[in-house]
Design a protein around this ligand. Structure first.
Ligand SMILES: Cc1cc2nc3c(=O)[nH]c(=O)nc-3n(C[C@H](O)[C@H](O)[C@H](O)COP(=O)(O)OP(=O)(O)OC[C@H]3O[C@@H](n4cnc5c(N)ncnc54)[C@H](O)[C@@H]3O)c2cc1C
Length: 306
């Protein structure tokens, strides 16, 4: 049975030749050969098990707010978790499926009388992507509030619950990818009262609006260098506004490369390379990328889903 027939048989939504401009947060990319949209954990597990058994190349994504897709055809089965939006109150914590947006998680936690990770409010991430990247802002990382994760282990074809203490997290890094696919995660409430937390969420959102560009982007393109933001260096070597095609270094925040309309991955990468070279030339600092760049050739050379 081909993958499409399998998906139809199991009632899992999918689209062939899906536009990555439409799917990705930054609005850049060609097409993905097949994108599957599981609605719940059962569908995701059924699909992952099939993909692993058949050796079909796949990648699970959330909002694609940290992934730069290629301009051509990405020959892969993308598994988009965005429709998996269940959040439950269990044993004094909030348990969220991997596709839940962080802002929804924060609001749900307030409903459950738990102080949410308010510093993360407004990051356009899903729970899966945020835990994978150990997303963070204003001194808080998502791993600070994590209690456990449920992972699908492709080697064993089974689900495992892993306690926070058994996982490794550092600045924008985790070892989740070496262990499996994140299905859901449990979060504990923080210190303080709910009213102040709700107010702080609004303040964080306003701060983001004031400091970040309105155009589509992938957030900060580069990692901090010690305690210094990459934006500090980029700004000081005069890169703000530097543009190739429709990709440019934001005038508002030098750490962001924005899509002003019809930018291609090629434009985006050309701007990125220019910025890296300038910062190296001016300060002797080698910037490291925070975003994930998918190579044009990644995925299978030949795939047939039907
Ligand atoms: C405007 C803007 C502001 C931002 N601000 C911040 C910020 O303040 N702090 C910050 O840390 N980041 C920030 N980011 C970057 C980005 O939002 C985060 O890196 C986020 O964690 C990515 O989440 P996602 O759901 O979009 O993941 P995706 O981009 O879809 O995926 C990222 C990685 O996670 C993997 N992944 C996704 N889901 C799963 C899963 N279920 N299981 C296993 N692996 C998975 C993917 O395969 C991929 O490798 C910002 C981005 C933008 C556009």
């Amino acid at each position: 049975m081909g993958l499409c027939t399998f998906l139809e048989h199991h009632g899992i939504d999918y689209k062939l030749n899906e536009s990555l401009k439409r799917l990705s947060y930054v609005g850049i990319g060609g097409t993905a050969s097949l994108v599957a949209y599981p609605k719940n954990r059962g569908e995701l597990l059924c699909l992952l098990s099939r993909l692993c058994k058949k050796g079909i190349p796949y990648k699970v994504v959330g909002n694609m707010s940290n992934v730069l897709a290629p301009d051509g055809e990405w020959k892969i089965c993308l598994v988009c978790a965005k429709r998996m939006r269940g959040v439950y109150f269990e044993q004094g914590m909030a348990v969220a499926e991997c596709g839940v947006p962080l802002s929804v998680l924060c609001r749900k936690m307030l409903e459950f009388n738990l102080v949410p990770p308010k510093e993360l409010f407004g990051i356009p991430a899903t729970v899966g992507g945020a835990v994978y990247q150990n997303a963070g802002a204003y001194g808080l990382s998502i791993s600070d509030r994590l209690s456990f994760v449920d992972l699908y282990d492709p080697r064993e074809d089974r689900v495992v619950r892993v306690d926070r203490s058994e996982l490794f997290f550092s600045y924008r890094r985790s070892d989740v990818s070496s262990r499996g696919i994140l299905l859901s995660a449990g979060f504990v409430g923080g210190e303080g009262d709910l009213f102040s937390a709700e107010q702080a969420m609004e303040e964080v959102a306003a701060r983001r609006m004031a400091s970040q560009p309105a155009e589509r982007s992938l957030g900060s393109v580069f990692l901090r260098v010690g305690d210094t933001s990459a934006a500090y260096y980029i700004d000081r070597c005069g890169c703000k506004g530097y543009r190739i095609g429709d990709a440019s270094v934001s005038e508002k925040h030098a750490g962001f490369i924005v899509n002003e309309g019809n930018a291609t991955a090629r434009d985006f990468l050309a701007v990125l390379d220019f910025v890296k070279a300038r910062v190296l030339q001016c300060f002797g600092v080698a910037l490291q990328t925070e975003i994930e760049i998918i190579e044009e050739t990644e995925g299978a050379r030949w795939l047939r889903f039907v």
